[in-house]
Design a protein around this ligand. Structure first.
Ligand code: NCD
Length: 317
């Protein structure tokens, strides 16, 4: 169904196509041998022009678990980009060696450009402060599985129906938030509470261009304590130091929100706390022991959903 497709931003896959990936990932979660060897002989290129731990390793783990192989770089300084090669030429080259390319790049729009030059599917693993669609697949799968386990979603209903989702932190530069909002705004009755300092609010192309256009309910606030009790999902994010123009602003804003055990006492019993990770200071380590903290489960779901994605775009399912 998704064979040969690019994934540049969440809108590239329909709600139904995402649901198919989630069902596949659920199958893998229940039986880790499912789809094993289905990509034998296939090669994945991972081209990371920016730092990464989970995204790159989970793609590589996913490909290896499917029986395929990986090549690539994690350090742009070791590639010909350092000699001045254009992205278009790098991608054309990688597409000669691999059956699919996963790329992370600091420039917004880089993945779209790569998809135009590539003869094999391109998966966007983050383009600057723009989008990160496979993190969104991870986030949605985590919510889906945890809500299903809690028995909240009725058979046949979308597990996202009627959720109140709080996104907190750097909503300006945080690409994971942009992609999550774009994907969830397609689900019925999802309400967004956008919690950030004034300077780090969600860009207008998201509030005006997506939320208002879709008629999605949203509220912007700077006070986490005031709204935490209303949330089904709290999505914490790191202040994106690398996208700031000056260090002073970063230092002033970096500790705007710190989720502590004390603040968790104001939250509902069935809250799900997510974070794409890496965490810096925005979730106190004491919160990790709270059963509502789901960010390490989220890491595992990231691998399952990337297995489902790779098997699908490589035509193995
Ligand atoms: C995120 C990213 O790279 O955008 N990390 C990730 O992929 N899990 C979030 C971040 O770096 O803050």
């Amino acid at each position: 169904m998704l064979k040969g497709r690019h994934l540049v931003e969440p809108g590239d896959f329909s709600v139904e196509e995402m649901e198919t990936l989630f069902s596949l990932a659920e199958h893998i979660e229940q039986d880790e041998t499912y789809l094993r060897e289905s990509c034998r002989g296939k090669v994945l290129a991972t081209l990371f022009f920016e730092p990464s731990t989970r995204t790159r390793l989970s793609f590589e783990a996913a490909m290896l678990r499917l029986g395929g192989s990986c090549l690539g770089f994690a350090e742009p300084g070791s590639s010909s980009a350092a000699k001045g090669e254009s992205l278009a030429d790098t991608i054309r080259t990688a597409a000669c060696y691999a059956d699919a390319v996963v790329m992370r790049n600091p420039k917004e729009g880089a993945a779209l450009l790569a998809s135009r030059y590539s003869s094999v599917p391109v998966i966007n693993a983050g383009d600057g402060g723009h989008h990160h669609p496979t993190q969104t697949l991870t986030d949605l799968l985590t919510i889906r599985q945890l809500k299903k386990a809690a028995g909240v979603a009725m058979a046949g209903d979308s597990p996202f129906l009627g959720l109140t989702v709080g996104c907190c932190g750097d909503l300006k530069f945080g690409r994971t938030v942009h992609s999550l909002i774009k994907a969830l705004s397609r689900c019925p009755n999802v309400k967004f509470i956008l919690i950030s300092p004034e300077e780090l609010k969600v860009p207008e192309y998201i509030t005006g261009g997506i939320l208002k256009k879709k008629g999605a309910a949203f509220l912007e606030t700077s006070r986490l304590e005031k709204v935490i009790g209303d949330l089904d999902v709290l999505y914490m994010t790191r202040v994106q130091r690398e996208r700031f123009f000056n260090e002073e602003d970063y230092i002033r804003l970096k500790d705007s929100y710190i989720l502590t055990a004390e603040k968790m006492r104001l939250a509902r019993k069935d809250l799900i706390v997510l974070h794409p990770l890496p965490r810096v200071n925005e979730i106190a380590v004491e919160v990790d022991a709270d059963p509502r903290a789901a960010y390490f489960k989220q890491v595992k779901y990231g691998m399952y959903v990337r297995m489902a994605l790779l098997a699908s775009i490589l035509g193995a399912v």
